[in-house]
Design a binder for this molecule. Structure first.
Ligand code: IVH
Length: 668
């Protein structure tokens, strides 16, 4: 294909993809299947790969691209990004209307009322219809150039949709936000990875926009609603309703809950109608924005230093109350993070009695200058647990006491450590009772030692009855210990003992992951297992040796060396080394399947498929999905599928499960 023809094809594909993108993400009425969409995208990437100089920034293939930045460039906004003055009552809204009318000498005023989206304000700059630069609000005058991060948001058009009346320059203001669902999902994942949690969806969106690597931003599934044209050269709009229509036509995502109101009574009615309904939305809103419709009137009214005079926010009444902070206690979470918790004088708040509030961390306590015995304002946001908004400092008597994070874990009395680069303090004791259940759950989990029958209820009893004080103790458990547990029978007890024994043969990478070294996930564990042949070798590795492995960064390396330096780790590893087959070095002669390709079919009896695959990989072989001439062995269990016939036809060696088992070298 000629380059000219490729150029035309690429152009057509880009238009098609953006069209279907819009149908899918904005109109939520897809016209083609996901598969067809993927094919278009594949075709585009294929052509761009052939002619890299035809790749343009507005190509859908470029949404997640580029390497991480060192820092953001600062950009001066063409027109300042102002804030909005707040009101809290009907009376204040009427005062706003009266003030406007005085300023406009009695002219009739109509309004547009929108939801106030609780996210982060951004500015999108389009040059000749192409998304050129995106910025954060910053201090209102200067913001950060976060173009790469914004490109990852699929509802931001990379090119304006209609081709006539394209402005030479267009600046669009909008709010990047995270849905409540995505927020809780991401926090769940962060908890599993023992990372600090986001306080709310707005925080999560703001934090994501500050990331320097767009690839990470893409995984945050952010979205946007646009609500204003900040600047436009070319077409003009007479009023806000027209502006929103134009934004729609250009392919932007505007909020569907926008209401034109001919007077202030309609405005108030619409605002009130959202008071109770707002909980139903999939995203958070903290109020309504009331805007004058006419652009000429907006222009006449202008702005004060901080905010335009032509709009106002009506904030929903926050669910707040005042009470006394009686004490601050420290809880140790299941991941070892120490969290200060406020004990409050019980107070009624939004229908319930409240006696506790979260304080997140010490930095927050210092920032808000919260002291024990302070009179505080508490608030119930979207979360069930209330938070302390602020302190009434005027009410201080001098008896208030400052809070310091303890140096010892309140549960196990071990020294606590401030996590580098984070605000959290953490108890790292592998045997800390507050964390033990969770550590053992992790150790036994499917991707770690895969001790199938050892469920959370059993682990809880083992910990409670002090039958295990660390995960290495699992290997000393006897049938007699287990049978005494609640809801335990012979069959289950035997199965647990058997599963624990089987886990002694798990791969080194699984064991490394199972140890629960902070910052070492499944993939890192696999990399470490490739570079060290035993736990013994890994524990002797120094910071430099670890960092020499390409995929291991400074933080992970220091986390690993720190982990193995601990006394409790040493004892537990010693115990494990005595009990486990795998922690001894694997001799190279074990790699009996080196370079061999395996395909699996049918049902195996001794191992699950993934376990068999792992054994093959550990012994140097590879797993392939389908049978081809390159296949060396087909491992066939009971009732094999079509792969069996194909392998037969191609004359490939077919192994029964029994034959396979005889090929696996026995361990000592
Ligand atoms: S209009 C002068 N419309 O609320 C600013 N802002 O608290 C014009 N916001 O900075 C913005 N929803 O980030 C506008 N429908 C909406 C909005 C909205 C949320 C944000 C915006 C602004 C902040 C002020």
């Amino acid at each position: 294909m000629s380059k000219k023809q490729t150029y035309l094809n690429i152009k057509k594909l880009k238009e098609q993809i953006e069209y279907h993108n819009r149908k899918y993400y904005i109109d939520t009425q897809p016209e083609i299947s996901d598969h067809e969409y993927d094919l278009l995208m594949e075709e585009l990437i294929h052509l761009e790969h052939k002619f890299p100089d035809l790749i343009t920034p507005d190509s859908p293939s470029q949404r997640v691209g580029g390497s991480p930045l060192k820092e953001f460039k600062t950009v001066t906004h063409r027109t300042p990004m102002l804030s909005i003055a707040n009101t809290y009552s009907e009376d204040e809204i009427r005062e706003f209307d009266a003030r406007i009318k005085r300023n406009l000498t009695g002219k009739n005023v109509d309004y547009v009322v929108e939801l106030k989206i609780d996210g982060v304000a951004v500015n999108l700059i389009y040059e000749n219809g192409i998304f050129a630069v995106g910025t954060s609000r910053g201090d209102g005058t200067h913001g950060d150039d976060i173009t790469g991060n914004l490109r990852t948001i699929k509802t931001i058009p990379l090119r304006l949709q209609i081709s006539d009346s394209i402005p030479s320059v267009l600046e669009v203001r909008g709010e990047v936000y995270m849905t409540k669902d995505v927020f809780s999902q991401i926090n769940k994942e962060r908890e599993n990875k023992e990372e600090l949690l986001f306080a709310n969806p707005r925080n999560a969106a703001a934090g994501s926009m500050k990331l320097l690597d767009p690839k990470t931003v893409a995984q945050r599934y952010l979205n946007i609603f646009v609500y204003e044209i900040g600047y436009m050269e070319g077409p003009t709009c007479n009023n806000h309703v027209e502006a929103l229509k134009l934004l729609d036509m250009y392919g932007f995502r505007t909020n569907p809950n926008i209401r034109y109101c001919k007077d202030i009574s309609e405005v108030i009615e619409y605002c009130n109608s959202w008071q109770s309904r707002r909980e139903e939305l999939e995203y958070e809103t903290d109020g309504m924005v009331i805007k004058i419709n006419s652009m000429a009137q907006r222009h006449k009214l202008g702005a004060t230093g901080k905010s335009p005079r032509w709009l106002i926010a009506y904030k929903f009444p926050a669910k707040q109350a005042t009470t006394i902070l009686e004490n601050i206690v420290v809880q140790v979470g299941r991941t070892g993070i120490l969290t200060p918790v406020a004990e409050l004088k019980p107070t009624a708040l939004a229908g319930t009695m409240v006696s506790r509030a979260t304080l997140h961390n010490q930095d927050e306590i210092i920032r808000k200058d919260i002291r024990i015995l302070d009179k505080v304002i508490i608030e119930k946001g979207g979360d069930v647990i209330p938070k302390i908004v602020s302190v009434i400092k005027e009410a201080r008597t001098g008896k208030e006491k400052k809070f310091r994070m303890p140096h010892k874990c309140p549960v196990c009395s071990e020294d606590v450590k401030k996590v580098d680069g984070e605000v959290a303090y953490r108890c790292e004791n592998l045997r800390c009772p507050a964390q033990l259940e969770r550590r053992i759950q992790h150790f036994a989990s499917r991707r770690a030692m895969d001790i199938e029958s050892l469920g959370p209820a059993i682990i809880a009893q083992l910990v409670e009855k002090k039958l295990v004080k660390d995960y290495a103790d699992l290997y000393s458990l006897k049938f007699d210990n287990l049978i005494k547990l609640e809801r335990m029978g012979d069959i289950l007890a035997n199965k647990i003992i058997r599963n624990i024994a089987e886990s002694r043969n798990r791969s080194l990478s699984r064991l490394i992951f199972a140890l629960g070294i902070p910052h070492v996930g499944v993939l890192s564990a696999e990399i470490l297992a490739k570079n060290f042949s035993s736990i013994d070798q890994l524990k002797k590795a120094g910071q430099e040796e670890l960092e020499a492995i390409g995929e291991v960064g400074e933080i992970m390396a220091s986390s690993i060396t720190h982990f193995f330096k601990r006394e409790d780790t040493k004892e537990i590893i010693d115990k494990l080394e005595k009990k486990l087959a795998i922690s001894k070095a694997e001799p190279l002669s074990d790699k009996v399947f080196a370079g061999k390709n395996f395909v699996l079919t049918g049902t195996l009896t001794k191992y699950k498929r993934h376990q068999a695959s792992e054994i093959i990989k550990r012994l140097g072989g590879s797993i392939r999905e389908s049978v081809s001439k390159k296949t060396d062995f087909l491992l066939a269990g009971a009732s094999p599928g079509s792969k069996y016939n194909k392998a037969k036809k191609l004359g490939i060696t077919i192994l029964t499960e029994q034959e396979f088992l005889t090929l696996i070298p026995k361990r000592n």
